[in-house]
Design a protein around this ligand. Structure first.
Ligand SMILES: [Zn+2]
Length: 340
């Protein structure tokens, strides 16, 4: 188990809650801040942000349609790497972005469980401004749980559905701001139980490949921000402040949530998350991971067959989807985005 105390503000009292020693990806230490006001952590390093005036209507987001997508993805059953269900969900996503500009990043991953086809799907919505904002979600389900009824309604299902609805909102709109690229990435999940192999050494196969590809072809220099959604459908939504994420971008997310009146769902807890943003963070891209890693009391539903649609709410999809779109709107209007 990792027991990592992060660089918290000196005066912030915190309670470290450790998860059990059984397999868990994504994080190890959860910190419940006792301050109700989210902290601007590392004030000394946070660049001055010049946020545009608060104007414009809240972004449109059809949460009922997004929830319907969750149900349709889950209805295919478990979708581990290499399975027929996985292929069906690939085709399902591709059918929804048919007619959009789509890039496929297909390769064979050599994993501890063997070689598997991996398929990252990218839908691109061009903007007038030079630069790209990436919004990502993984869509595979955990491989070691493949023989169970585990369908990952929240873990992989909710965020992938969210991106499908974001695509609906971007499609056909003339964008004055940055290009927005939606990434449904594959093979995020571990191939072996964590009791056998650490998550950090056995995960993020798809997004790691994409980050390398975009570094090699120069694309990555043009990515202004990387927003990740993961486990955001929980009816009891409390998105963590991820201490691996880029502080200024987390602050923009919080401002976006505040404008929409959703700030009480953000950043009550602090956490340090290993997730799909890490390969991009390591390559210097500003990243924010929007994740609620407390799914049921003590995260009891995570990676169990109880991760089902009845634990989710369309309101949570609306909160996350609208906040992401509002974040994009703010980023579009900011004069210059700080580097990482
Ligand atoms: Zn997972």
């Amino acid at each position: 188990m990792i027991s990592k105390i992060s660089a918290l503000p000196a005066l912030l009292l915190s309670i470290a809650i450790s998860f059990g020693a059984c397999g868990h990806d994504k994080t190890a230490t959860l910190t419940a801040a006792q301050s109700t006001a989210p902290t601007t952590q590392a004030d000394t390093t946070l660049p001055t942000l010049s946020l545009p005036a608060d104007s414009g209507p809240p972004p449109a987001f059809d949460s009922g349609r997004a929830m319907q997508y969750v149900k349709e993805i889950v209805a295919y059953g478990p979708r581990p790497l290499g399975s027929a269900n996985h292929k069906k969900v690939e085709d399902y996503i591709l059918a929804h972005v048919k007619g959009d500009e789509v890039e496929s990043d297909i390769f064979t991953a050599d994993t501890p469980a063997g070689k598997f086809p991996v398929h990252n799907i990218i839908a691109k919505f061009p903007g007038a401004k030079d630069g790209i904002i990436v919004i990502a979600s993984h869509y595979d389900t955990n491989y070691p749980l493949r023989a169970t009824a585990y369908v990952g309604a929240n873990d992989g299902g909710s965020s992938s559905a969210l991106l499908l609805e974001i695509a609906n909102q971007l499609r056909g709109q003339k964008r004055d701001g940055y290009s927005v690229w939606l990434v449904w990435d594959d093979a995020e999940e571990a191939m072996k139980p964590e009791s056998e192999l650490a998550f950090a050494e056995d995960s993020l196969y798809g997004i790691g490949h994409l980050a390398q590809k975009w570094q090699a072809d120069g694309t990555i220099k043009n990515i202004k921000s990387f927003l990740l959604a993961d486990m955001i459908g929980d009816a009891d939504l409390n998105i963590d402040r991820d201490l691996n994420s880029t502080p200024w971008l987390e602050e923009v997310v919080y401002q976006a949530a505040t404008r929409l009146g959703y700030q009480s769902h953000f950043f009550e807890r602090e956490n340090q998350v290993t997730d799909d943003h890490i390969p991009f963070l390591q390559k210097g891209v500003p990243c924010a991971d929007l994740i609620d890693f407390d799914y049921g009391y003590n995260n009891v539903f995570w990676h169990t067959p109880q991760d089902t649609v009845d634990k989710l709410s369309s309101k949570s999809l609306e909160i996350t989807g609208s906040t992401i779109l509002e974040t994009v709107r703010i980023l579009d209007k900011m004069d210059a985005l700080p580097p990482k």
